[in-house]
Design a protein around this ligand. Structure first.
Ligand SMILES: [Zn+2]
Length: 313
């Protein structure tokens, strides 16, 4: 097992909470240095042994491996990001890499002046999740361009006046929903003939205001129950990407809610409930509840329309 990080000190905490980055990135950095990220190593400590090796190289998945040392990650760190020779892979710990990254200047073609390291870590973490849970692979170059674009868009959206630094207080009041719960209604449509699932989900504030929605289709889906489980798994991935940390998932499939809230993982769900359990660990607060079908019409119509579109193509 890899050496544990030295105890993070006050200046590291301050550097994280004062960094001019999106609050969801601050939370990611915080979880990494506190050993609270749902990496293979941290899952193993909780006795969850289903995803503990790296999908790229098969090594034990520590956070240092994911963000610094994996051969896949190394390709990102050598992708001509910084003016001076800076390679996070050479750092002994994540904390050291983050602290060092703050003084490095980006190469001009990237068009971004702030610290890109946290954005790239976010990109690496999201790509890792989509690879594990939906077998969707990203190339290192995709991660670099996506992360740079996200960083640029976020910085451009910030007020130009010398605003108060993004301190810890800001995090608790952000619109990304870290105070109240985000409600997520999910639903699936299933076609027996093609074994295809259409999944839809919709995120709303507690006030009922819709903030985000998503759809996905999956082939080789063998039952309506599996389709409903895939919808929840995709919704959780999307929620994670959006930076929601407190979430309430509502499904009109009572059988599935019962399975998820128990510790039983039926074999006919092919590990999807295990994935849901794994993903749940990335949220500060998560609940799964049943919702009657007549109150789930928006997610239902999203699922049906994506299924219809997939079948029409
Ligand atoms: Zn690896």
């Amino acid at each position: 097992m890899e050496q544990t990080e030295p105890i993070p000190n006050q200046s590291l905490y301050q550097a994280i909470w004062k960094a001019k980055i999106s609050p969801k990135l601050q939370l990611l950095l915080w979880k990494i240095v506190k050993g609270a990220l749902a990496s293979g190593e941290n899952l193993a400590k909780r006795g969850l042994l289903s995803n503990i090796t790296c999908r790229h190289c098969g090594e034990f998945e520590t956070t240092n491996h994911i963000f610094l040392h994996c051969s896949f990650t190394r390709q990102i760190w050598t992708a001509h990001i910084w003016k001076l020779n800076f390679n996070p892979s050479d750092c002994a710990s994540f904390s050291e890499a983050f602290m060092a990254s703050r003084s490095h200047i980006n190469l001009p073609p990237l068009g971004v002046t702030g610290n890109l390291f946290p954005w790239l870590c976010w990109g690496i973490w999201m790509a890792r999740n989509y690879l594990i849970f939906e077998s969707r692979a990203s190339l290192p170059a995709d991660i670099v361009s996506r992360s740079t674009r996200n960083a640029r868009e976020w910085w451009e959206a910030q007020p130009t006046s010398p605003a108060a630094p993004l301190g810890q207080n800001r995090v608790t009041t952000t619109a990304s929903g870290t105070t109240g719960m985000i409600i997520c209604c999910s639903d699936a449509a299933w076609q027996a003939m093609t074994n295809r699932a259409g999944c839809g989900w919709i995120f709303t504030e507690e006030s009922g205001e819709c903030i985000l929605q998503g759809t996905a289709t999956f082939d080789h889906t063998v039952s309506p129950l599996m389709a409903e489980a895939l919808a929840i798994r995709s919704a959780l991935l999307h929620a994670l990407e959006a930076g929601f940390s407190r979430i309430c998932i509502k499904s009109d499939c009572q059988a599935l809610v019962a399975v998820i809230t128990s510790t039983h993982h039926p074999t006919e769900l092919y590990g999807i409930t295990r994935d849901i359990e794994h993903l749940s660990l990335s949220f500060d607060c998560i609940a799964f509840t049943f919702i009657p079908r007549n109150l789930n019409v928006m997610a239902d119509s999203l699922a049906k329309s994506v299924m219809y579109l997939a079948s029409a193509n």
